[in-house]
Design a protein around this ligand. Structure first.
Ligand SMILES: [Zn+2]
Length: 416
């Protein structure tokens, strides 16, 4: 018998910020595309998935992931573990692959994954090995601007930007030269640069780098569409100055069109987040920044044995994490649930120049859909500085459709 839809997601609260939809609706999927969004799609021949009480949103996009598995050491997670098995349909690797290793990323990671895997290519020739553990690999001498821009331009289907750093350890060694080179490659390839803020490496000789003085220099180097990451870092060099207030240059950066990705990771601080949010700065996108040091996955032998980002003993006491958990934390700090949805969908798609393909539930679009539990109860959230925040509402992934294919949210790294 002819059926109108292959699948109907029925009775959920559909939130599609790009199309200004927020109400109870059914979503019909046919031939892996969104075919209808209506009050009630009765079709007894279709597979019906009950989403009553759940949120039905555009397939979530994680703007900051580390999924160069088996190559970037313990750092790189399985793309589907972070992706479809965690309710996320698109993940963007931040700086794993490089001009040298990109073909490996395409063929061994992006192609076989069920998740849509994109990347910001590393400005460094070696790429982001072991969470950039060895600083001497990441100076100007380890950068080939032409090769990076060439690799980016030859792989525009996957490469959406360039990953770089501007943090005290690097600045103590090389000033801002690596960021200048990243901008050169970004201009040549016509894609944005994504800048890690917050101390990553110890400074050379323990010298003090005044990040309050350097942040305006960083902002002066970048332009509209570039992305500042880790505003809420508990390490020196984020958005909060020495006085504990939002650095005034941040509003100038926003005014000139610079975007902000939370890049949660292991250094997210509730106190820093509060200082930034209280100053009326809401980041553009969430970006979970999950990696093998802030989640508990079976360890492959790698180098080194210990890593400064190794927070498993601290991480919310459980070393389990997800995009939804990052959204829950924002909500606990007073951000409306409705405001977190574009931060994991439409705004992410805009950031990577893919709003025409990703980030909404428009009719005729590829059926990338995330369905979330929206729960009430009492929970205590904890960051890695042991600051606790109480919440009464929690989001948790239930399942997703990626190109119409169903995936249960059953990743081992999901908080329970
Ligand atoms: Zn990261």
């Amino acid at each position: 018998m002819e059926k109108n839809f292959d699948t109907i997601i029925s009775g959920g609260r559909v939130i599609d910020p790009a199309n200004k939809i927020d109400r109870k609706l059914d979503v019909g999927i046919k031939d892996n595309k969104i075919a209808a969004i209506q009050n009630s799609l009765a079709d007894k021949n279709s597979k019906v998935i009950d989403a009553k009480g759940k949120l039905v949103i555009p397939g979530m996009i994680d703007t900051h992931a580390h999924v160069f598995e088996h190559v970037s050491g313990r750092f790189g997670l399985n793309p589907d573990l972070v992706g479809v098995q965690s309710g996320v349909t698109t993940v963007i690797d931040q700086g794993g692959p490089s001009c040298m290793t990109f073909p490996g990323f395409r063929n061994f990671i992006s192609n076989p994954a069920k998740t849509n895997v994109l990347a910001f290519i590393s400005i460094y020739t070696v790429g982001g090995l072991e969470g950039h553990y060895y600083p001497y690999l990441y100076g100007p001498g380890g950068i080939d601007v032409k090769a990076c821009a060439k690799a980016a331009s030859a792989n525009t289907d996957i490469v959406k930007g360039i990953k770089a750093h501007a943090e005290p350890g690097g600045i103590s060694r090389w000033g801002l030269e690596t960021l200048e080179l990243a901008k050169e490659a970004s201009r040549e390839a016509g894609i944005p640069v994504y800048i890690h803020l917050g101390e990553l490496w110890p400074t050379e000789g323990g010298i003090d780098v005044d990040m309050d003085a350097r942040l305006p220099e960083i902002v002066a180097l970048i332009e509209e569409g570039d992305i500042l990451a880790h505003p809420f870092t508990r390490h020196p060099g984020g958005f909060v100055n020495k006085e504990g207030k939002l650095h005034p240059i941040v509003n100038e950066a926003i005014d000139k069109g610079v975007l902000i990705d939370i890049g949660h990771g292991s250094h997210f601080s509730f106190d820093m987040a509060r200082a930034v949010l209280d100053a009326n700065v809401l980041p553009t996108t969430v970006g979970a920044d999950m990696h093998g040091y802030n989640t508990h996955v079976p360890a492959e032998a790698g180098t080194p044995d210990e890593h400064p980002d190794d927070e498993m003993h601290l991480f919310a006491g459980q070393a389990q994490f997800s995009m939804c958990h990052a959204m829950t934390e924002l909500m606990a700090l007073g951000v409306a649930m409705e405001d977190t949805i574009p931060m994991v969908s439409s705004k992410c798609a805009e950031m990577i120049g893919m709003a025409h393909e990703l980030g909404t539930l428009g009719i005729g679009r590829t059926a990338d859909i995330s369905v979330l539990h929206d729960e009430t109860g009492e929970w205590t959230l904890k960051d890695n500085s042991n600051v606790e925040v109480k919440t009464t509402r929690r989001l948790r992934p239930a399942f997703c459709l990626r190109q119409g294919e169903y995936f249960e949210a059953d990743a081992s790294i999901l908080p329970v």
